[in-house]
Design a protein around this ligand. Sequence first.
Ligand SMILES: Nc1ncnc2c1ncn2[C@@H]1O[C@H](COP(=O)(O)OP(=O)(O)O)[C@@H](O)[C@H]1O
Ligand SMILES: [Mg+2]
Length: 226
Amino acid sequence: MRLSTGIFGLDALLGGGIPKGYVIAVIGSYGTGKTILGIHFIYEGLKRGESCILLSLDEDEESIMRNARSVGMVLENFKNLEVVRLEALEVKKSFEKIENDLPELIRSLNASRMLIDSISILETLFSDAERYHMLSSLKRIMKSAGITAILTSEADKYLPTTSKYGILEYVCDGMICLKMVRKNELEEPTFGLEVVKMRGIKHSRKPKPYAITENGIVVYEEAEIL
Ligand SMILES: Nc1ncnc2c1ncn2[C@@H]1O[C@H](COP(=O)(O)OP(=O)(O)O)[C@@H](O)[C@H]1O
Ligand SMILES: [Mg+2]
């Protein structure tokens, strides 16, 4: 079974959406639309009456609601959304608490979709070995709860299809990369979306042009980047 991302062109690239129960990463540099992509996925679930969780490590609830509204998604209308604001430093200090509380939260809400936005700062706070433990523990929790999740994070500065620490692509079932390409410093950038990895799915790796509009992200799956 597939879960629609709420973005028509992206669903088409994935052959219908994200496979149920998958934990996927969305990476890109700042301003590429990672949060908006994640909000699309949550909003689509809300409209379908699914219970959704938004774990926010970057923005407070008001800022999330405002950003969503600016791209045409009014989250305040939905009772089936649980927004949890977490402070990365607190999560780092008591990661066991998250490990204990998260399964219960998912179960009590009977949630089917989750967005963790973003995991970047948290990743930065852990040492190499701890980071792997943290990410695989989160993944294990989501997998055993059967929830379908999107984690957003930074891409490597020089390799846009690699996550900053090179771990997420191994831990997650799939990864989508949002790239900003500037041919010339004085030109407007073009945006390209690439499905870098999606376990068990035949997908193209050709970057497709996308835009952020007042209705959110539009992926032109039949177009080519010029
Ligand atoms: N209504 C809108 N119309 C067009 N572009 C928008 C609109 N709202 C936000 N954006 C663009 O989206 C960007 C932010 O997207 P966001 O998902 O927060 O990026 P990220 O999470 O990758 O840093 C803004 O910098 C802006 O360029
Ligand atoms: Mg963001």
